[in-house]
Design a protein around this ligand. Structure first.
Ligand code: PMP
Length: 288
């Protein structure tokens, strides 16, 4: 079965999917997106992702391209047409097609594009050894809470991290705080057992994995603190990890080449990954 993309109401072969050259997403990155994990053919945390899409659209005053319930149906149709069992579904909404002009167009209808991608779970070696991160300056704008298509600073940071041999970039703001990763949220576990991540607000993207993990951990008497932490604090932490829709919970065992937590994933990180995966399994059981 060939890959199928969805473009403004049509299901088309992925290789031939096109948008107009004056789509404002193409010319201005004037749009937003979502990435929802799919496991065993089930959308994980679908409703929080749709809530976040609504938030991003609202902040930019872009109209929903179709009603929420219709989008839910299209996502399912896309999974079926692509035979997607495990991976991600990507959808982006732009302000639409209009003659290039910075001001909002009076008439444009928002565009919706959807693609799917198969992904394997992280390898046993990655889970056993953790990943490396490289610190990079956080040069983004002041509305990182909007899941905007405009990702140049994130791309530059990820590329710099890749060239430094790391899996992810950890972004450090002017005050010296680690805000988040280029496409993941950043966490540490202190020697006193506190689980720390940067506070939700305009400084980071409120990750859905982050939000789920905070909710799940709160019911298990784990000590969670939303506060900023520095790069030095992270390097000296008992454990470090990152979260995202495609990575779930991944141990971080090296920061800028320095070993964290003895170079092996720690017990809290392992426990949090298990809690998160158990929650995904519960969603799959509930959906079937
Ligand atoms: N921060 C940034 C900047 C991201 O791009 C992402 C992934 N979209 C995340 C955090 C993680 O968010 P989520 O858990 O919703 O995938």
């Amino acid at each position: 079965m060939g890959r199928v993309a969805y473009v403004n109401g049509r299901y088309v072969p992925h290789d031939h999917a096109q948008v107009h050259i004056e789509d404002r997403g193409y010319q201005f990155a004037d749009g937003v997106y979502e990435v929802v994990p799919v496991v065993d053919g089930v959308l994980v945390d679908e409703e929080p992702h749709l809530d976040r899409l609504g938030y991003s659209l609202g902040e930019l005053r872009i109209a929903w391209p179709v009603r929420r319930q219709v989008l839910r149906l299209i996502l399912r149709e896309m999974m079926a047409r692509n035979g997607l069992e495990r991976g991600i579904i990507y959808f982006q909404v732009t302000r639409g097609v209009a003659p290039r002009d910075h001001k909002f167009p009076a008439k444009a209808k928002s565009s919706l594009v959807i693609t799917t991608k198969r992904l394997k779970p992280p390898s046993a070696a990655i889970l056993e050894n953790g990943v490396a991160v490289s610190s990079q300056p956080d040069i983004r704008w002041e509305r990182c809470d909007i899941k905007s298509l405009s990702l140049l600073p994130n791309i530059l940071a990820k590329q710099a991290a890749h060239e430094a041999g790391a899996f992810e970039a950890w972004l450090v703001d002017e005050a010296g705080a680690v805000t988040e990763g280029s496409s993941t949220n950043a966490w540490i576990v202190t020697h006193s057992g506190e689980i720390v991540t940067y506070p939700k607000g305009q400084g980071i993207l409120g990750g859905i994995t982050r939000q789920s993990l905070l909710q799940l951990a709160a019911t298990r008497n784990l000590r969670l603190v939303e506060r900023s932490f520095t790069l030095d604090e992270a390097k000296a932490a008992a454990e470090a990890f990152l979260t995202s829709s495609s990575a779930f919970v991944l141990p971080v065992t090296r920061i800028d080449g320095e070993v964290v937590g003895g170079g092996k994933p720690g017990p809290v990180t392992r426990q949090l990954r298990e809690i998160y995966v158990a929650n995904v399994d519960a969603q799959i059981r509930a959906a079937k």
